[in-house]
Design a protein around this ligand. Structure first.
Ligand code: RB5
Length: 178
């Protein structure tokens, strides 16, 4: 993990400075890995099932927020439940048909930085640059084996801090002022 320079927040505008500095100091906004939260709608159900098995085989505790079948349901309902817990410091994964609806809904919750990732590179960068605390995936757009690799990279990559901390801090400050 790179060291955060002490002057990294010097050019942060006054109204952003406190949250930006706080984010910089934290290096990573994620709490130590405990339980991973996961949720899906009917479009993400099959991929969720495969990822839950994958995670449990790796010894990672998972809290499954449903859905539990391919019966039609509304992605915002699950997105808001998982996102509310992620905002308290957990990590989460949300899956719908494309991942788009889940990411839009989850990003409405203060403190959530949901990233829709389609490959290992975007997964890594969403952690290094954006400190994403929620991974969104498309159950109808992303193959199961690729999704497993995306998830593994996402879980094992740390936030890079430094200038990225200042930028994420600006988002946090903007959100806090709403
Ligand atoms: C459900 O048909 C589909 O719209 C949903 O899973 C998701 O892709 C929305 O963004």
């Amino acid at each position: 993990m790179p060291e955060i320079p002490s002057n990294a927040a010097d050019h942060v505008p006054e109204q952003f400075s406190t949250a930006a500095e706080n984010h910089l100091k934290r290096k990573t906004a994620l709490a130590p890995m405990g339980e991973l939260l996961i949720g899906a709608d009917h479009g993400g159900f099959t991929l969720k099932k495969a990822l839950v098995e994958h995670l449990r085989r790796k010894g990672i505790a998972v809290r499954d927020f449903g859905c539990h079948s391919e019966e039609s349901c509304d992605y915002p309902d699950t997105a808001f439940k998982v996102a509310a817990e992620v905002a308290k410091g957990h990590r989460g994964v949300l899956i719908c048909g494309t991942g788009i609806g889940m990411s839009i809904a989850a990003n409405k919750v203060r403190g959530v930085r949901a990233a829709l990732c389609h490959d290992e590179r975007t997964a890594r960068l969403s952690r290094e640059h954006n400190d994403a605390n929620l991974l969104a995936l498309g159950g109808r757009t992303t193959d199961v084996e690729l999704a497993k690799r995306i998830l593994d990279v996402w879980l094992s990559t740390s936030f890079a801090g430094e200038r990225h901390g200042m930028r994420v801090g600006k988002i946090t400050s903007y959100e806090a002022a709403q």
